[in-house]
Ligand binder design. Structure first.
Ligand SMILES: [Zn+2]
Ligand SMILES: [Zn+2]
Length: 169
């Protein structure tokens, strides 16, 4: 779905759309969309800027950084975004956006793709570190056993190593 200036000049656009898993391109990031993504938003024109406000919800599936187990990541994201025409950058040379203008993006041509807005918001809301549980024990570096489920035979060999105190508890 494309949000075009032409349509916004006539009226604001009320968006209610669902993207099935596999229909959005997340640019190769390390997660999978597990459930349909629902987005409800309103787009309107503010001068030459496109304002999009709304919320989206879905559930992602990623791998735990420590044990590689599957982790469900519920996403509930509200957004309030401004998109400026790219041409304004050329006009105001060396424009520096203040830190609090992180919600500002740019568009070129006749408008923006809703899918681009949605995928960007989803990627931004994924935590930097994905862990299945705060005390995930990870994998044994020697045999690869998942230490959340099994005590492997390698552990006694670590006793006395400089790291053994880290394994207490
Ligand atoms: Zn884990
Ligand atoms: Zn082991």
């Amino acid at each position: 779905m494309r949000i075009t200036l032409g349509e916004l000049e006539r009226h604001r656009i009320v968006i209610s759309k669902t993207y099935a898993p596999g229909t959005l391109d997340y640019h190769g990031v390390d997660f999978r969309q597990a459930t349909p993504l629902k987005v409800d938003a309103v787009a309107e024109l503010m001068g030459s800027e496109i304002l999009i406000r709304g919320r989206l919800a879905t559930r992602l599936e990623a791998c735990c950084d420590r044990c590689l187990g599957s982790v469900a990541i519920p996403i509930k994201q509200e957004f309030d975004l401004f998109y400026r025409p790219v041409s304004t950058i050329a006009r105001e040379e060396e424009i520096e956006l203040p830190e609090d203008e992180l919600g500002v993006g740019f568009f070129s041509g006749d408008g923006i793709e809703l899918a681009d807005v949605v995928t960007e918001q989803v990627i931004l809301s994924v935590p930097m570190k994905v862990i299945c549980q705060t005390d995930c024990r990870g994998l044994c570096p020697l045999c690869g056993a998942n230490l959340n489920f099994a005590k492997c035979a390698c552990l006694p060999a670590k006793v006395g190593s400089p790291f053994s105190s880290l394994n207490k508890g």
